[in-house]
Design a protein around this ligand. Structure first.
Ligand code: NI
Ligand code: MN
Length: 229
């Protein structure tokens, strides 16, 4: 069994018998977050790209938990240089960890750590396929609609797809609906919306369209809510 808890924006906690993983732990400064980084207990932190709203509290959480950070090579190097245990991977690569199987998959986006005028490029962004307790979860990260998504559904059989719907920086609802049609996951959970006005969306309206036009279930999680599979 895997329990998926939506912590706001792209931040998602996966808890299985096999282990616990948090993806894109942006909590400090996240206007919708309800938990603090100190409250996160995990074996690993998976980070899709270097933008502040995804890298977030990665270093603090990894340090406190002695957790492994899994990220694309350049970002893993950037994080590893801050004294945490980081495991570099890259798109197309998969690895079996004690806490689960992880594969990095393409995302059409950018990746840099931006601190004022200082921009540190952190390679390519990614999405993650994560298999824990025999369930396959796809966290798309920040991405536009890409045809590669069809392959993920066809080759891996996705149980739950966490897809951004916020528009502006990522897919909006129209493109996310197309993504559902090609990925064909059993369940869709929308993410990356309503954190700020710029990405305001109606997730229920999106789910109604998913239910009307696809075979997938769609579940809206309030911040702090969980879905078990
Ligand atoms: Ni981003
Ligand atoms: Mn983002």
């Amino acid at each position: 069994m895997v329990k998926i808890t939506f912590l706001g924006h792209g931040c998602t906690l996966l808890e299985a018998d096999q282990g616990k993983v948090v993806i894109d732990p942006f909590l400090t400064g996240n206007p919708v977050a309800k938990v603090k980084p100190e409250e996160i207990w995990v074996d690993a932190v998976l980070v899709t790209h270097g933008h502040g709203d995804h890298l977030g509290d990665t270093v603090d959480i990894a340090r406190k938990n002695n957790a492994l950070v899994v990220a694309p090579f350049e970002l893993a190097t950037f994080v590893g240089n801050q004294g945490v245990n980081a495991h570099p991977m890259h798109i197309g690569g998969a690895r079996e960890f004690p806490f689960g199987w992880v594969k990095l998959v393409p995302a059409a986006h950018g990746s840099a750590y931006v601190d004022g005028n200082n921009v540190v490029y952190t390679g390519n962004p990614c999405g993650f396929l994560v298999r824990m307790d025999g369930r396959l979860i796809y966290h798309a990260g920040d991405t536009g609609l890409i045809a590669d998504m069809e392959l993920l559904g066809r080759l891996y059989g996705i149980d739950v797809a966490l897809l951004p719907i916020g528009d502006n920086f990522t897919m909006g609802p129209d493109d996310a609906l197309e993504a559902v049609k090609i990925i064909k996951p059993k369940v869709v959970i929308p993410i990356h919306y309503n954190t700020w006005d710029l990405i305001a969306q109606d997730p229920q309206a999106f789910c109604e369209r998913v239910k009307a036009e696809t075979q997938s279930q769609c579940v809206v999680l309030e911040v702090g809510e969980s879905y078990q599979l």
